[in-house]
Design a binder for this molecule. Structure first.
Ligand code: MG
Length: 276
């Protein structure tokens, strides 16, 4: 009787198990209702031409462009680094930000040093920044000078280049000491200039060899001034720069060159390949 009970329990359990076991059916192929699966493969990709199963790009709500009178807004997926109110996302050295905030902008306080973000992004980023030079005083590199740095070593020059000749690789939107801008699109001092910068960070191997150099694309007031320009290394003064291995994420730093430069509407977007 006891054996019978055990045996029948086993049989019943096995039957229950068999019932619970999911029936294995081949997965239904996902139907491409948006495009084609019968078209050729795109070389170097895992997608067909017009492949409707390819991931849809993320939705981003665009911001508003600035005018001279009214500051714009950032796209929905940007990190806003300055919204007109405070420098909570910035630091001077490792301490509190020493530049001053007023009337919706911040201003370099000469001799307080570089202003840098607390955060880091990348390796590839889009940066928007607007700047205004003070009334003209001095000339060349001495007039309305600052700089937008990536990794603290690659400078996109910020300079009042309106009617202010200097060495071309030191003008507004020059890759400092390397590549002059394609054109000079600078607005006069005491008006707002906009920079939209795409920075593709360099990649290094474990030994520090450059696998891919840095590239920079810049629109200055909407005009293309650097077109996927390759950087040959860092951007020192009076020297040829070189690459030295650094991390993949970058902070943003602004140069204190002794001029009361103003900045507003600063934001950054980390760039990812499509479909990620
Ligand atoms: Mg500079």
């Amino acid at each position: 009787m006891k054996h019978f009970t055990i045996l029948s329990t086993m049989i019943l359990s096995a039957a229950a198990f068999a019932q619970d076991k999911p029936v294995e059916k081949p997965a239904e192929p996902v139907k491409d209702t948006l495009g084609y699966q019968t078209t050729p493969m795109i070389p170097g990709s895992k997608w067909h031409v017009h492949d409707g199963l390819r991931p849809q790009p993320r939705i981003v709500t665009p911001g508003e462009y600035s005018t001279q009178e009214k500051v714009g807004t950032a796209p929905s997926d940007a990190v806003v680094l300055f919204d007109g109110k405070d420098l909570s996302q910035w630091k001077s050295g490792n301490g509190e930000a020493k530049w001053k905030v007023e009337n919706g902008y911040f201003e370099c306080v000469p001799k307080t040093g570089t202003l840098g973000t607390k955060g880091q992004w990348g390796p590839d980023v889009q940066v928007h920044i607007e700047w205004m030079a003070p009334p003209p005083a001095g000339k060349g590199q001495g007039r309305g000078n600052s700089g937008l740095f990536f990794h603290g070593r690659y400078e996109v020059q910020v300079l009042d280049s309106f009617d202010n000749p200097t060495y071309p690789d030191g003008q507004a939107t020059a890759i400092y000491g390397q590549t002059p801008p394609l054109v000079n699109a600078t607005r006069p001092p005491q008006t707002w200039n906009t920079y939209d910068v795409i920075f593709n960070g360099p990649r290094f191997d474990a030994e520090g060899k450059v696998l891919k150099p840095a590239y920079v694309t810049i629109f200055h007031n909407g005009v293309l001034t650097q077109n996927h320009t390759e950087l040959t290394g860092s951007t020192p003064h009076q020297q040829v720069g070189k690459y030295t291995k650094h991390g993949e994420k970058t902070d943003i730093t602004l140069q204190d060159h002794g001029n009361t430069m103003r900045f507003r509407n600063v934001w950054i977007r980390e760039l990812k390949p499509s479909g990620e």
